[in-house]
Design a protein around this ligand. Structure first.
Ligand code: NAD
Ligand code: UDP
Ligand code: UDP
Length: 371
């Protein structure tokens, strides 16, 4: 903003999402790391709609150019193939830092652990060695992205005086002993467990973010995102909603891990994007829980998927993964009070949008069930 007065005025306008008659908002230069991914691409859509200049930095590890193709050719949009683990020089006003290979780890983990859990499948172990090498390689990448990648983006924010928003996760609460989880809860994370690469990586990223804020005066924002679903999710990344939807469409059984009584709270992606923008434009650092407080057991989720896609879909039980959190539900009192934000899309309303997208991507123009 040109003047402090303008900043105050437009800051408030942005937070409320409204521009008063006769006033034109100055467009911003915004960097979205991980912008070719699921959440990132929906965020980019909103920022482009608002008239901002958007630079996406992505290494396409789990993201896809297809998610952003509709912006190609727009002079306000730029896509850079780059790994945030390497430094980069850019001039921007805001940084949404989303880059993080969250899903492949799950998807590499689950086949490995599922197979090892079956004693009669021991003979698989020796071919699985190759899998472990891939897994280790990806885990190193995850650590580097969360730690070095976040450090680089904070260094960039420091050099250009940009506001920095970290997309952290509800996983920082681990297997929570407090329910629902408020931001004041410090969590219950196993530091040496199989999930800790992700959980502890994000906790370190939060620490770095707060240290740059306190020590160097960088303007930062932290979002703790709870399970989010919607169109453009990776189809085979192993997360529960994408698994169930793809399975039901392909006429495969829905794989419920463990007894299916563990709970999660599922948020539709447009609600999350609204929350992220309000957080960036608002006055509070956070951390803020961004999630839908509607809580479902995995069996209830399977039933909703049956209702929406195929009432005859079968359910198959599989061994659960190690250290799986038993319950998760956000306390969003703080986001309601300070950001004026709360989710508006229920699971039953949001799911059909994701189903149409998955149907299109799985079957294309083919006849359903054939592909
Ligand atoms: P996603 O995998 O679809 O998107 C992540 C993007 O980051 C991908 O486009 C990927 O290619 C890119 N990326 C990964 N490593 C990179 C690197 N080193 N350099 C550059 N780009 C890199 O995942 P998503 O669901 O869109 O998640 C976005 C963010 O939100 C992540 O930080 C994730 O941890 C966080 N989050 C998501 C959820 C959820 O339920 N979707 C929940 C909690 C937190
Ligand atoms: N960095 C970057 N782009 C920039 C500024 C910094 O990628 O525009 C990286 C830089 O290479 C460093 C990290 O961010 O590795 C942290 O930068 P900072 O200036 O905070 O630390 P320093 O370089 O002084 O160790
Ligand atoms: N899950 C399941 N079936 C699947 C995939 C996952 O029952 O096909 C369970 C998993 O054990 C966990 C919950 O669904 O209890 C959410 O898993 P996800 O990987 O989607 O998210 P996270 O565990 O990171 O919250």
């Amino acid at each position: 903003y040109e003047t402090r007065q303008e900043e105050k005025l437009f800051g408030r306008i942005n937070a409320g999402g409204k521009v008063p008659l006769g006033l034109k908002r100055k467009s911003l230069r915004i960097l979205v790391t991980g912008g070719a991914g699921f959440v990132g691409s929906h965020l980019v859509d909103r920022l482009m709609e608002r008239g901002d200049n958007v630079i996406v930095v992505d290494n396409f590890f789990t993201g896809r150019k297809d998610n952003l193709m509709h912006h190609f050719g727009n002079h306000r949009f730029e896509l850079i193939r780059h790994d945030v683990v390497e430094p980069i020089l850019l001039e921007v006003d805001q940084i949404y830092h989303l880059a993080c290979p969250a899903s492949p780890v799950h998807y590499k983990f689950n086949p490995v652990k599922t197979i090892i859990s079956f004693p009669h499948l021991h003979y698989f172990l020796s071919p699985m060695r190759g899998y472990f090498e891939v897994l280790n390689c990806d885990l190193r990448r995850l650590h580097k992205t969360n730690v070095v990648g976040t450090l680089n983006m904070l260094g960039l924010a420091k050099r250009v005086g940009a506001r920095f928003l970290l997309t952290s996760t509800s996983e920082v609460y681990g297997d929570p002993l407090q329910h629902p989880q408020a931001e004041s809860y410090w969590g219950n994370v196993n530091p040496i467990g199989v999930r800790s690469c992700y959980d502890e990586g994000k906790r370190t990223a939060e620490t770095l973010t707060m240290d740059y804020h306190r020590g160097l005066g960088i303007e930062v924002r932290i979002a703790r995102i709870f399970n989010t679903y919607g169109p453009r999710m990776c189809i085979d990344d192993g997360r529960v909603v994408s698994n169930f939807v793809a399975q039901a469409l392909r006429k495969e059984p829905l794989t419920v891990y463990g007894d299916g009584k563990q709970t999660r709270s599922f948020q539709y992606v447009s609600d999350l994007v609204e929350g992220l923008i309000r957080l960036m434009e608002g006055e509070s650092v956070g951390p803020f829980n961004l999630g839908n407080p509607g809580e479902f057991t995995m069996l209830e989720l399977a039933q909703v998927v049956q209702e929406v896609i195929d009432p005859n879909a079968k359910i198959e039980f599989r061994p659960n993964t190690e250290d799986d959190p038993h319950k998760r539900k956000p306390d969003i009192t703080k986001a309601k009070r300070l950001l004026g934000w709360e989710p508006t899309v229920s699971l039953r309303k949001g799911l059909p949008h994701m189903v149409s997208d998955f149907r299109q991507r799985i079957f294309g123009n083919q006849k359903e069930g054939g592909g």
